[in-house]
Design a protein around this ligand. Structure first.
Ligand code: UD1
Length: 337
């Protein structure tokens, strides 16, 4: 079962799961994704996943789903609100949505004997780390936003619940760094509603002429070119990490009942380096200007992925150019219709 399976990371993960022979059930309320993504998944994989449209805040519906689909062996839980700025404006919506959905899922999984869950966490739990690259033992810093706080709390909800289940529930939290890029088919990709908050869709929309100009939020950070550094990871590589995580639990290879892994490439790129890569692969000169810093941004972060590499047997393969080129291909395909 993939919650949020029509979303950006969810849809790529569904394709990889089907490619690996899994039968997939998607649950999504379409609050930030489109129904046609199910058709695109079928086009890519040749298999149409089961699709249920409902909201995970509705506990009765969650129970009904597990009753109807008794063969579910594991849950990959993507469905959540994820806009940092919005979460500051409507914190209660974020707390209600992100926490209630997870709680309903865990209660229903327990009632139905479903024993494995992968949770979408984020490197945001580290704040600005004291040491780079950051590994999983780094302290969790006070969250910068309600969104970030929901990720911390959800990790704790999982940890406590798994402990209380005494071996009947296994969980893996994947702490994503910055997913960008799109499926090589150009059929699915990031599809933000309204003005994008994140860098990559803002770049591709600006290049396509939908936005006038990209603002680069600050060039006075303590980094080589002054712009912020992130560990950008290709969404297809990220999707594959979920298969490794679910395989690990279903195969009984997890070492403890709750595990946490960093999912990044281990490389940091600055905003200006991402722009350079995009301009190189697309041949488009991007209209951008340096503006002031964005509130709440951390200066730099990239992952130590040693534990994920060794334990999951997974490693990111695709380069920054693969990421920017596939994002551009998706933007063009999508706009052409
Ligand atoms: C943020 C969250 C992350 C969350 C992700 C998904 C934090 C610290 N990070 O990542 O947890 O999972 O969003 O929504 O809360 N930038 C520009 N111009 C733009 C947009 C972005 O210069 O128009 C810069 C930002 O300053 C940043 C980089 O690009 O340095 C990446 O920004 P973004 O894509 O928004 O991701 P994060 O803020 O790193």
């Amino acid at each position: 079962m993939v919650t949020g399976g029509t979303g950006y990371i969810g849809s790529h993960t569904v394709c990889e799961l089907i490619g690996q022979g899994y039968q997939v059930v998607i649950v999504d309320n379409l609050s930030n994704s489109e129904r046609f993504i199910v058709d695109r998944i079928e086009q890519i994989t040749g298999t149409r996943p089961a699709f249920y449209e409902f909201d995970l805040k509705d506990a009765a519906k969650v129970d009904e789903l597990f009753d109807k689909e008794p063969d579910i062996k594991g849950v990959i839980h993507f469905a959540a609100s994820k806009a940092v700025g919005e979460s500051v404006k409507i914190p209660l919506t974020y707390y209600r949505n992100n926490l209630t959905s997870l709680i309903n899922l865990l209660e229903s999984m327990s009632r139905h004997g479903v024993q494995n869950i992968v949770f979408s966490s984020s490197c945001t739990v580290y704040g600005q780390p004291d040491k780079l690259p950051v590994d999983e033992s780094a302290p969790i810093k006070p969250a910068e936003s309600p969104y970030g706080y929901t990720k911390q709390v959800c990790e704790n909800i999982l940890r406590d619940t798994i402990k209380s289940e005494g071996g009947n529930l296994h969980g893996i939290a994947l702490r994503y760094f910055n997913p960008i890029g799109a499926h090589p088919s150009g059929l699915i990709g990031e599809l933000p509603r309204g003005v994008p908050n994140n860098l990559m869709p803002f770049i591709t929309q600006t290049a396509y002429g939908i936005r006038q100009q990209l603002s680069v939020f600050g060039d006075d950070y303590n980094t080589p070119d002054g712009s912020c550094i992130r560990d950008y990871i290709h969404v297809v590589d990220l999707a594959k990490a979920h298969i490794a995580a679910i395989d690990r639990m279903i195969g009984g290879k997890n070492k403890v009942d709750f595990e946490v892994f960093n999912i990044g490439t281990g490389n940091g790129y600055s905003v200006l380096e991402v722009i350079k890569s995009f301009e190189k692969v697309s041949g488009v000169k991007l209209n951008y200007k340096i503006t002031g810093r964005r509130e709440g941004d951390i200066e730099q972060i990239w992952a130590d992925t040693t534990i994920a590499n060794n334990e999951l047997g997974w490693k990111a393969q695709l380069s920054i150019d693969d990421m920017t080129l596939s994002a551009w291909k998706w933007e063009q395909n999508y706009r052409k219709g």
